[in-house]
Design a protein around this ligand. Structure first.
Ligand SMILES: [Zn+2]
Length: 388
């Protein structure tokens, strides 16, 4: 067989299919064509990506970020933040609501080389009004409009987003935004992702709306009504996990507290998914997905679990496990080459705490649909592959 590209010399770690070994990846026509110990290409020489000394993992999936540039003020451009970070799929968490989702498709989904998916906000204006709360006006919490938008765009809407961020976000509507998001879940089967930072309701009340597959984001926030209870994690959160509720990091600008992450670590309570919540305000502290992954390594989360939480488990959380999150032969070739850089590094959370770590993860190469970022595209790889 001849290949367009070979990822050579790296250590493949793909928890989704239990791979952990020195393997080479052959890519042809934008897809993974072979995965074996040593690959020989016939025909014209392929492009070689040197992964020696590095980890080769499925293209990373960031399930919480903000990328609706031009419409919401709280955004970063998807391709700019993903290409240097090993991220090949980014999920916009509520940037668009039912009234702004068509623009999101045209301006962001269709214009990005990164695969862009989204949680549709229960508020029909999404986060366009930020910093004015998007759920202050009850009439914007439109269940029917959300259901219709999901029916129109099942290819990129993966769930429903709601922020229970206190009076500034929800005004006198209390838990009504979450109640309506849960109604949309009942109608569509898609999971709810709920933001808990600065919630003014007890965590038990929020969790009571959530079931199998729903996602709590900002799980390590140090704000009131978070998961921490005394020196550990609240019983309500443990019970929620038992019934299948997922816990996502969503680092953000005010939602990652080393103290809470360490309390969780002491109980072996690792997040199901690790995400950045990258946006215009959080970018200086959240930095990138590998940076947030490094913070979880620093609190003791095993490397394999960290990779799983950003590949196969992230894919499962957004119901895309049959197409992304694993280096399966035949799938679109989304691949990240990550370096484990040894050496002392100072890591900072969003509550002013710092920790010293002895290693951090950094991306060496990001390959999206078989094309290395920063390199000219191979001929013959077109939009048809990018859109899968
Ligand atoms: Zn967010």
């Amino acid at each position: 067989m001849n290949f367009d590209l070979i990822v050579r010399g790296g250590h493949v770690l793909d928890p989704g299919q239990g791979l952990d070994g020195d393997l080479e990846i052959g890519v042809r026509n934008g897809r993974i064509a072979a995965l074996q110990h040593e690959l020989v290409s016939e025909g014209p020489p392929p492009r070689i990506v040197d992964a020696s000394g590095a980890l080769v993992v499925p293209g990373l999936i960031d399930i919480h970020a903000h990328v609706y540039t031009g419409v919401s003020p709280l955004t970063v451009p998807a391709d700019e933040v993903c290409s240097p970070a090993g991220v090949t799929t980014i999920v916009s968490a509520g940037d668009a609501g039912a009234h702004t989702i068509e623009g999101f498709r045209q301006l962001i989904v269709n214009q990005s080389r990164t695969r862009v998916l989204c949680f549709l906000h229960i508020s029909s204006i999404g986060l366009a009004s930020f910093p004015v709360g998007e759920s202050l006006v009850e009439g914007l919490l439109d269940v029917g409009a959300a259901e219709a938008a999901i029916a129109r765009f099942p290819e990129f809407i993966v769930g429903i987003k709601v922020r229970q961020g206190g009076a500034g976000v929800t005004g006198s509507n209390g838990l009504e935004p979450l109640r309506r998001a849960a109604q949309v879940k009942d109608l569509t089967g898609l999971p709810v992702m709920v933001h808990i930072t600065d919630s003014d309701a007890p965590i038990e009340d929020l969790l009571s709306f959530l079931n199998q597959g729903d996602i709590v984001t900002h799980c390590f926030t140090g704000s009131d009504h978070g998961l921490r209870e005394r020196n550990g994690i609240s019983n309500a959160a443990l019970a929620a996990r038992k019934r299948g509720v997922l816990f996502d990091v969503g680092h953000g600008a005010g939602s990652f507290d080393f103290g809470v992450a360490e309390a969780a670590a002491r109980m072996g309570f690792w997040p199901d998914t690790i995400s950045t919540d990258l946006h215009s305000i959080s970018a200086p502290t959240a930095k990138s997905l590998p940076s947030v992954m490094s913070k979880m390594l620093a609190v003791g989360m095993p490397l394999k679990e960290v990779i799983e939480a950003t590949t196969s488990r992230a894919a499962k959380a957004i119901n895309r496990e049959s197409s992304i999150g694993s280096l399966v032969v035949g799938r679109v070739a989304d691949i990240a080459v990550l370096e484990k850089r040894n050496g002392e590094v100072q890591l900072t959370d969003t509550f002013g705490n710092t920790r010293t770590a002895d290693r951090q993860l950094m991306a060496r190469a990001t390959i999206r649909a078989g094309v290395v970022w920063g390199a000219p595209a191979h001929p013959g790889i077109g939009v048809a592959v990018l859109n899968q």
